[in-house]
Design a protein around this ligand. Structure first.
Ligand code: SAM
Length: 326
């Protein structure tokens, strides 16, 4: 079992399959981003070896992210292989949805269980402005395909940036009247690459709640107000879906953290918003045994930081978001 020095049991691994992405969201990466050469990224056999190792340490929940996980070639086969690893209980993905319409069915058959779609706006022009590249119609087709393939429940993640997506939060919340989705509003977090935007355009979840309630009526806590993963969940009267708030900045949930992350280049990232990492890929490529890798992971998890130091003004600048995967 992997336990940190504060007694938190860490059993949820988020794996960034690639730093490459088919979008260039303005709050995520610079427009002229340079992606890593493929040889520097974890290869399929290296990922499967690590998934085995983490599963033997009691990790049972895995999420594939990126960059954009669907741009990785062989993604369906990789999901199938992961699903075969003993101990992998839950396997899900976070995607921008652009390529998902043709992948939903094969991924579901390969054993993927659920998908979170990232969608910050309902307006095609604003979508293009925010993503610098994409077409919103592709995302809708991806969500529809995921529903048809039974990848349920659908979650939609909306990063709220003032002057951009914040103007549409009421419309995003309104989606839950029509669809049995969980629409989750995420506070903007600071990393390298787009730090100025990320720190100047934050909108707090409290402000969102006030604005949504003023327009659509009261938000009733679901779950007795307890956290569902990292989200606080609410429901509007008469809605089919729910609304979540991920308040990483204004109400951090570090005490209940169960997560670790693998960056696309094979570093164990101990906290999303801290720079501390353990290099696993270099030892793998230098012939480390499973026992040696296990020791690196166990020791790393043990020294997982309690939480981020954003309040003290410390911003993790060693990575852009797309290398870590959120
Ligand atoms: N490409 C995939 C996607 O769009 O879902 C997976 C990777 S993306 C980095 C994962 C999530 O991080 C997305 O929901 C994205 O909107 C969110 N994200 C990116 N930069 C962020 C930031 N600075 N603060 C908060 N969330 C961010």
């Amino acid at each position: 079992m992997a336990i940190d020095r504060f007694g938190r049991r860490i059993h949820y691994l988020r794996i960034s399959l690639t730093d490459h992405c088919n979008l260039r969201c303005i709050y995520c990466m610079p427009e002229d981003v340079t992606f890593r050469p493929m040889a520097e990224l974890m290869q399929d056999d290296e990922i499967i070896r690590l998934v085995n190792l983490f599963a033997r340490l009691g990790f049972d929940k895995f999420r594939l992210t990126g960059g954009e996980p669907t741009v990785r070639s062989g993604i369906v086969e990789l999901v199938r292989e992961m699903r075969r690893v003993p101990g992998v209980r839950a396997l899900s993905m976070t995607t921008n949805g652009v390529l998902f319409s043709r992948l939903a069915e094969p991924l579901a058959r390969a054993g993927l269980e659920r998908v979170n779609f990232s969608l910050d706006t309902l307006d095609p022009a604003r979508f293009r402005q925010l993503t610098r590249k994409g077409s919103i119609g592709d995302v809708w087709a991806g969500i529809q395909a995921a529903e048809d393939a039974g990848l349920l429940p659908i979650k939609v993640n909306t990063v709220v940036a003032r002057g951009y997506s914040d103007e549409e939060i009421v419309d995003m919340a309104r989606l839950t009247f029509e669809h049995p989705w969980q629409v989750r509003f995420i506070e903007l977090m600071p990393f390298a690459g787009a730090t100025e935007f990320q720190t100047s355009q934050v909108v707090s979840a409290d402000e969102l709640i006030t604005r949504i309630e003023a327009a659509l009526g009261g938000l009733e806590p679901v779950n007795g107000g307890k956290l569902d993963g990292e989200a606080r969940i609410f429901r509007l009267a008469g809605s089919r879906g729910t609304i979540g708030f991920i308040n990483t900045i204004t109400q951090p949930f570090c005490s209940t953290c169960t997560r670790a992350r693998l960056t696309a280049d094979g570093r164990l990232r101990l906290c999303l918003l801290c720079e501390d990492e353990v290099d696993l890929l270099t030892p793998i490529r230098s012939g480390a045994s499973d026992g040696e890798l296990r020791r690196l992971v166990v020791d790393g998890i043990w020294r997982k930081p309690w939480g981020n130091r954003l309040q003290e003004g410390h911003i993790p600048l060693n990575r852009i978001m797309s290398e870590i995967g959120g």
